[in-house]
Structures are given as C-alpha cells and as structure tokens.
Design a protein around this ligand. Structure first.
Ligand SMILES: C[S@@+](CC[C@H](N)C(=O)[O-])C[C@H]1O[C@@H](n2cnc3c(N)ncnc32)[C@H](O)[C@@H]1O
Length: 208
C-alpha cells in the first residue's frame, strides 16, 4: 500500500512521461480508494454535471480522454449516456476502466501526440483530472478539437494552480481568437473536498 504522500509525490513530481506512467501503473488498483475516499476527489462528479448541462443528447458519441480508472465513465453511464469511448496512456489504469463495463471501446494512447482517430469522430470529449501539473499540456487541446465534430463539445477540468502556472489559459484564449472553439462556460468547482483543492471546469464548443 502506497502512503498518501508517496502516492501524490510520485505522480506530481514525475520527471517525465515514463515516470508518470510508472507511478500510475503502481497506483491503479488503489487510485479510487486514495483519491475518492481519502482526499475526497469529486471532480468526476462535478465535470459530469457540467457536461450534462450542455450535452443533453444521451446518444452522443463521447470520448473520455485521460479516463483513468473510469470514474467519469461511470458517472456518464449513470446519467444515461450510451456510447462513451475511453482513452488513457496507462495500461493499468485502462484495465481498471475496462472492468467497469461502462465503455464502448478503450484505447491506449498518449494525448500529447497525434491521436489515431479520424477528424470529427466524436460529438463530445470530456477530460477530467488530466490537465494538471506534469500531465498533459495545453497543446493537446488542438487534437481534441480535431477529433470533435464542428459544433461539438469539449469539457475539461484544470486543477487550481496549474490553471495559472502551466499556460492553459493562454492556449485557450489563442484558440478562441483563432476561431477553433468558443467558450460556453468557465466555472470554479471542487476537486478534492478534504484537501480543499479546487479546479476550473472549462466547456467549449468547436467552431462550426
Ligand atoms: C488524475 S488521473 C484522472 C483520471 C480520471 N479522468 C478521473 O477523473 O479519475 C489522470 C490520468 O491521466 C492519464 N494521463 C497522464 N498523461 C497522459 C497522456 N499523456 N496521455 C493519456 N493519458 C494520460 C493518467 O494515466 C491518469 O489515468
């Protein structure tokens, strides 16, 4: 069992992508116990609620990017969404997600690179807990836009601190000025209840 501090330390201080994947690989089967039970992680619930406010069509084809163990997929399934794919870089996290039996297809892929999906594949993308320190950088927004249909929705969290420190806001604004997407909502939400950490939930509509 990994201790509370070691767990977070390993994930947040990973020096590169391989170290991050090692950390998630070790953490996968304890991830939910640590994040939800110990730290009071609620971002998956908050983001599913925000997503539902803008995407009422329950038959929409959705990608849960950075799905982890499938907490978001479970929330979407409980809200009636019927066709949700999952993508994550970590084989072990994807394995946990697969066991939930809430996903249509699951893909192991690196969101920092070009994804092997055709343009305009999805009606919507949701991405929770993955735009944060040492994880996926702002450049990945471009790929999310490419694989989402014009008029489709992209909804993601950005952890407090990382929102100001990691260039996400600048990229979001640049893409709005470049008419790649338009902002639908930007709200403060709780990330970890017990640790008193917040996040932004950002919702964009891909320009038609
Ligand atoms: C904090 S977890 C969030 C998981 C899930 N969305 C949730 O809300 O519980 C971050 C996830 O991002 C994944 N991840 C990190 N870097 C990635 C990358 N470059 N490409 C794809 N997934 C990545 C990790 O493997 C991990 O499962």
């Amino acid at each position: 069992m990994i201790s509370e501090n070691k767990t977070l330390d390993k994930v947040y201080t990973a020096k590169d992508h391989d170290e991050l994947m090692d950390a998630y690989g070790e953490w996968a089967n304890e991830y939910e116990k640590d994040t939800v039970d110990r730290f009071g992680y609620v971002a998956h619930i908050e983001s599913a609620d925000a997503f539902e406010q803008v995407m009422s069509h329950k038959g929409a084809y959705i990608l849960d990017a950075g799905c982890g163990t499938g907490l978001v997929g479970k929330e979407l399934s409980q809200r009636g969404y019927q066709k949700v794919d999952a993508l994550d870089c970590s084989e072990q996290m994807l394995g946990e997600a697969r066991d939930k039996k809430v996903y249509h297809e699951l893909f192991q892929a690196d969101m920092s690179k070009r994804l092997e999906f055709e343009d305009n594949r999805y009606d919507a993308v949701i991405c929770t807990g993955t735009f944060t320190y040492g994880h996926v950088q702002a450049d990945a927004f471009e790929e999310l836009v490419r694989i989402t249909k014009p008029g489709g929705i992209i909804c993601f969290t950005i952890r407090e601190g990382a929102f100001d420190d990691c260039g996400y806001q600048e990229k979001m604004a640049e893409m709005e000025h470049g008419q790649s997407w338009e902002q639908v909502a930007l709200v403060d939400a709780t990330y970890f209840v017990k640790e008193k950490v917040s996040c932004k939930i950002c919702t964009y509509r891909v320009t038609a």
